[in-house]
Design a protein around this ligand. Structure first.
Ligand code: BDP
Length: 714
């Protein structure tokens, strides 16, 4: 408080460019409500002298408390609550409480809101209205976002409603506290001490999610344990559901297919066995008794060794529909994952999900949604969009992005995922001609689906800063914002985030956004340029290992993906190879059939190309590859320099963490570059292009590195 006062005094007497005096450990995320500059603070106060709210529900209490906290933090004056709408009030309203609202709420649904500056009985007020208290809460967070970013608050006329219904985090959290592919410490769920001990972090988690419109969370890992469906764990999940409910957030559980056998000794898990169906129905009834608004089940079946209906010669649809029938009476849904590939299937891994699921289009119950990863392999730095998008018009498909950066530098690399999300969402499937974007597949507008969804594998852990680094918070933020509106640009979201997280000052926002917007492409360049994929170290996926070739299943080996040999490099997915391109709509397949018409960024994903073939720039593939590795390293160098220049404008704590992480990123970018070049050069035997530095070590040195304790590796 003293520090804040001090800051404001300094700002008032006109000394500029002082670093904020508060210690910043990242816990507050983008909801910091730091003292605003004097004119901004005045503006905020002028539009929020009092708050009038409809009733006193838990959700409305959260909304008013958030406004008081936010406005108090930014201006130093906490507005009072008032029963009467006063001049310059913030007026929160629902039609239930105020039947004759001066704004129309049709079309805003249960979660949307309107914000409007208007005159009411001669008084200027800002109305934040929604059809439900949750809608009002979302509107409150929008208004606070505007206030924090220094936007004008005097003539607001905003209507916003989410384009996608289910906006979910998927926690890959195990019951023992380990987070699979987690790089931010242990799980935030303290299963052992739940349901009795409920630390304040659970509400803070819900608040952060509500602020960006996330409305559901799958509590446990897709590689699920049956134990999470036992009575004690249902009570624990119910305790979390009770905390999340007023924030508009539902809980969901991942389920293990063989739970009826493991927990109650059933002889089979055959979905068509009436005893199995009865078990799941009873289990659903039991869950809904404890959690009346339980969301439903997420299922990973017949994937990477998990059991599933195919073990009984049944289809994914048979399995999903059986679970759906158990949930249906309660309004629950099944999210059935399409992330499948089988050890006994010799076909291109990238084709297998489509091959399995496409024939099932139209066979799923109406409360089933099929959850598809953004690309056909597995969360790589870059993948072309998954060919299932646009290929199953009769089935609702939801998107699965990975927010945690298993393949993008894990916790320490600054690789903002907004551009990856945007690239996928804006990809055109051509399912119904031009403009059939992936965003329109998953928002349901393309094929008229009402059940719509998007999931992000969470990057949240018990670390004080939640996500393992300050900049990783941006990926959580971007996921939520782009789930609400999949047509938002990564750049616009980065701008918002940077303003909220650091400062609305252009001198901060512009360089931070430039760093962020180039960062994912830099990682693609230094890890997997020109469409390469899956060349990471075995198991932990940390660091380069394109040489790995001896693992049990072919598709576990990086050599399977890059297919580098004396003649060239890349995976031939055209007619002469696996013909995966035929899974795309004809206009896309046609374009991908030839290297010359394939986007260069995906070249080696679709083609095996001669080392001496030419890229658009005129350079050979080998030279172009090396140049891209170099470009990636150079971009990280520029990012570091940019960050260093921001020292006077960023608080010391968050400045230092980011600076250190950028140092790690630069060192590791060089390592990626050198190891990759050393390996590919051992295959191509060509000299490095003029001016390119030789790798620092011989290939064997890179091969000898090992990381037995890399985090997140199950
Ligand atoms: C892979 C991860 C693995 C997950 C799997 C999945 O390496 O830990 O279990 O995805 O999505 O990327 O099921």
């Amino acid at each position: 408080m003293l520090a804040r006062l001090f800051c404001r005094m300094i700002a008032m007497i006109g000394i500029v460019a002082m670093p904020p005096a508060m210690a910043e450990d990242g816990y507050d995320l983008w909801l910091r409500y730091a003292p605003a500059q004097p004119t901004a603070a005045q503006q905020i106060s002028a539009h929020a002298r009092t708050i009038t709210a409809p009733g006193n529900s838990a959700t409305i209490q959260i909304a008013t408390a958030e406004l008081q906290r936010g406005i108090g933090g930014m201006t130093g004056t906490t507005p009072a609550l008032s029963d009467m709408i006063q001049q310059d009030a913030l007026w929160l309203a629902t039609p239930a409480a105020s039947p004759a609202l001066p704004v129309k709420l049709e079309g805003l649904g249960r979660e949307g809101y309107a914000i409007r500056t208007l005159m009411l009985d001669g008084k200027a007020v800002t109305l934040i209205a929604g059809n439900s208290d949750t809608g009002v809460l979302h509107g409150v967070f929008h208004w606070l976002r505007l206030a924090q970013s220094g936007a004008a608050l005097d003539r607001l006329d905003i209507r916003s409603t989410p384009r996608i219904g289910l906006r979910l985090l998927n926690h890959w959290d195990n019951l023992d506290g380990m987070v699979e592919r987690g790089y931010a410490g242990q799980s935030i769920w303290d299963w052992w001490r739940l349901p009795d001990y409920k630390g304040s972090r659970y509400a803070d988690y819900a608040r952060a999610n509500a602020s960006i419109g996330i409305n559901g969370t799958v509590l446990n890992n897709v590689n699920a344990k049956a134990t999470s469906l036992t009575a004690p764990y249902i009570v624990k999940a119910a305790a979390l559901a009770d905390i999340f409910r007023p924030y508009g957030i539902k809980v969901y559980l991942s389920v293990k297919w063989t739970a009826p056998m493991e927990l109650d000794g059933l002889k089979s898990a055959d979905p068509l066995d009436p005893a199995v169906a009865a078990w799941w129905k009873a289990k659903a009834d039991e869950i809904y008794r404890a959690i009346p608004d339980f969301g439903g089940f997420l299922v990973k079946a017949n994937s990477e060794g998990q059991p599933g209906p195919q073990d009984y010669k049944r289809t994914h649809a048979d399995g999903a529909n059986m679970l759906a029938a158990a949930l249906k009476p309660h309004g629950g849904i099944v999210m059935w994952r399409a992330f499948v590939y089988a050890h006994d299937n010799p076909d291109d891994r990238a084709k297998q999900a489509y091959t399995d699921f496409k024939p099932l289009d139209g066979q799923f119950a109406d409360n089933v949604i099929v959850q598809v990863k953004n690309g056909a392999i597995d969360f790589q730095p870059r993948e072309p969009f998954h060919p299932l998008f646009g290929a199953m018009p009769k089935t609702p498909l939801m998107m699965e992005f990975q927010i945690t950066k298993e393949y993008l530098g894990q916790s320490t690399h600054l690789t903002y995922l907004g551009p990856l999300f945007e690239e996928t969402l804006q990809s055109d499937t051509f399912a119904h001609g031009k403009g059939s974007t992936v965003a329109r597949v998953i928002d349901g507008s393309l094929d008229g689906h009402r059940l719509t969804g998007i999931a992000g594998v969470a990057n949240i852990g018990a670390d004080r800063d939640w996500s393992g680094s300050i900049f990783n918070q941006a990926d959580w933020y971007a996921f939520g914002r782009m789930a609400w509106n999949p047509d938002l640009t990564a750049d616009a979201v980065a701008r918002e985030w940077a303003a909220l997280t650091f400062s609305p000052d252009k001198a901060v926002v512009d360089p931070v956004v430039t760093m962020m917007m180039g960062s994912r492409e830099a990682a693609v360049d230094y890890m997997t340029p020109l469409g390469l994929a899956h060349v990471m170290g075995t198991g932990h996926h940390y660091g380069p290992a394109p040489w790995v070739s001896e693992l049990g299943r072919p598709e576990w080996n990086p050599v399977y993906y890059h297919k580098a040999d004396a003649s060239g490099i890349g995976f031939d997915r055209t007619k002469s190879g696996s013909n995966a391109i035929a899974q795309y709509a004809p206009p896309i397949a046609k374009r991908l059939a030839k290297p010359g018409t394939t986007p260069e960024r995906d070249l080696l994903w679709f083609h095996h190309i001669g080392w001496d073939d030419r890229l658009a720039s005129g350079e050979t593939v080998w030279d172009g590859l090396v140049h891209r590795y170099d470009r990636g390293v150079a971009t990280v160098g520029t990012m570091r320099a940019t960050w260093d220049s921001l020292r006077p404008l960023i608080d010391p704590e968050r400045f230092a963490q980011t600076q250190t992480f950028l140092t790690i990123q630069q060192r590791e970018a060089v390592w990626w570059r050198d190891a990759s070049i050393a390996y590919f050069q051992s295959i191509t035997k060509r000299p490095l292009p003029a001016g390119a530095a030789a790798p620092a070590h011989p290939l064997d040195w890179y091969k000898a590195q090992s990381f037995p304790y890399a985090p997140g590796n199950p």
